[in-house]
Each structure stands twice: as structure tokens, then as C-alpha cells.
Ligand binder design. Structure first.
Ligand SMILES: [Fe+2]
Length: 216
């Protein structure tokens, strides 16, 4: 399904496409060309900082924007894998999601257990569970921007038998822009954590984010 190990190998060694036929017999540029951006081999999904605004024990909801805050609608879906090649599906993984509002503010602007906060203080947080095929999906609004960071979504993924992963995803359309250049956090983000969002006819910004977990 994915040419992950091969591409990772090439990437780590720093080979350009032009040098491939000379350096590695049997791996053709045509084979490499079959991969799309979403299938770029990145190996296991890299961690990224949790940041100061992770709240524990939020509610299960496919609508992360359960308080209906204003903003552009977005839907993210993907598959949780338990290897780097997309062969091992991870059902029943808990995917906790949190992000800021349209104006760059977290609700709450704090951390700790959710019991510390009033219901009215909590928004744009929650979790979903992957299905029997490892698939997950949630909807929300496109997060805004806040000082020093590029646009991002936070995730914490936990599943039995796998290392818990805390990470962030970004917008492919904003890769390398001015905001990205001033963002000192998570500098060496692998390609697979940039989501290629497409705006649908119904107004939703729709993107796919596959996650690759390491076994314990
Ligand atoms: Fe953040």
C-alpha cells in the first residue's frame, strides 16, 4: 500500500530522485512516482510537544466544536496503523483532539483534569475511537492563529499494545509560509503531518491524516 520503508531509507540517506537509478538498482523513479503526497513514506508518526493546553478526560464526540463556536467547518479523517507500511490496523484507539478557536484562543487556556473547569469554559476538545478498520473521523472548525505558531491541531493517540503518541498536524497549503518560518516548535516536521485540506462544495475543509503507532 505504501512504499514506506524504501522512501524512508532514501530520505534518510539524502538521495535526490536523479541519483536513485545510479545508487540503488531496482528502485526506479517510476516506482517512486506512484506515490502521492498522502502516501509519502515517513515511517512512524513523529511526536510533537503537547503544549500547555492539554486537558485530560474530555468527552467522546465526533463534533469537536460541540459548543458551535464560529469558524470555517473542517473534517479530518484517517486510519490508525500499527506499523510503518499500512498493513496493521489499530481498532479501538483513543484519539484525543484539541485546538484553538477561530481567533487563536484555547478553551480553557489551561491544562489538568477537566473537572477543574466549568462546562462553559470547555470547547474544541474531545476524543473519537477508531473503528474495526482503524478508521477515525471528526469534525470541527479550522483553528485560528496565535503568537509564534503556525496553524495546527493537537492529538494524543492511545491504544493497547502501542506507545501513546502526542503529536500535531499542520496545513500543507501553509507549509513554508511566513508563519511557518517563525514557528520555533516542531521544526523538523515530516511531510506526512501536513494535511492537504480541500474545500468541499458543502464548505467543509476536508483532510486526511493517517497515524502510524509504534508497538510497545
Ligand atoms: Fe497549540
Amino acid at each position: 500500500m505504501k512504499n514506506i520503508s524504501r522512501k524512508k531509507f532514501l530520505g534518510r540517506l539524502g538521495f535526490g530522485l536523479a541519483s536513485i537509478p545510479l545508487t540503488l538498482k531496482g528502485i526506479s523513479a517510476a516506482t517512486m512516482g506512484n506515490s502521492t503526497k498522502n502516501e509519502t513514506d515517513c515511517g512512524y508518526t513523529d511526536p510533537a510537544t503537547e503544549g500547555p493546553f492539554f486537558v485530560k478526560n474530555t468527552a467522546k464526540t465526533v463534533n469537536i466544536n460541540f459548543t458551535n463556536l464560529p469558524g470555517n467547518p473542517m473534517r479530518v479523517s484517517g486510519t490508525i496503523y500499527g506499523d510503518t507500511e499500512g498493513r496493521v490496523l489499530v481498532p479501538s484507539a483513543k484519539i484525543e483532539i484539541w485546538h484553538c478557536d477561530d481567533e487563536g484562543v484555547y478553551h480553557p487556556t489551561g491544562s489538568g483534569d477537566i473537572s477543574k473547569y466549568k462546562d462553559t469554559q470547555v470547547a474544541l476538545r474531545g476524543y473519537v475511537i477508531s473503528d474495526e478498520n482503524g478508521k477515525y473521523s471528526f469534525r470541527s472548525i479550522v483553528p485560528g492563529l496565535y503568537a509564534g505558531r503556525r496553524r495546527h491541531i493537537h492529538y494524543k493517540i492511545s491504544a493497547q499494545g502501542f506507545k501513546t503518541l502526542t503529536t500535531q498536524s499542520y496545513w500543507l497549503s501553509e507549509k513554508g509560509d511566513q508563519r511557518s518560518q517563525i514557528d520555533r516548535t516542531d521544526r523538523n516536521t515530516e511531510e506526512c503531518r501536513y494535511i492537504d485540506f480541500k474545500k468541499q462544495k458543502n464548505g467543509f475543509h476536508k483532510g486526511e491524516f493517517d497515524i502510524f503507532l509504534k508497538k510497545i
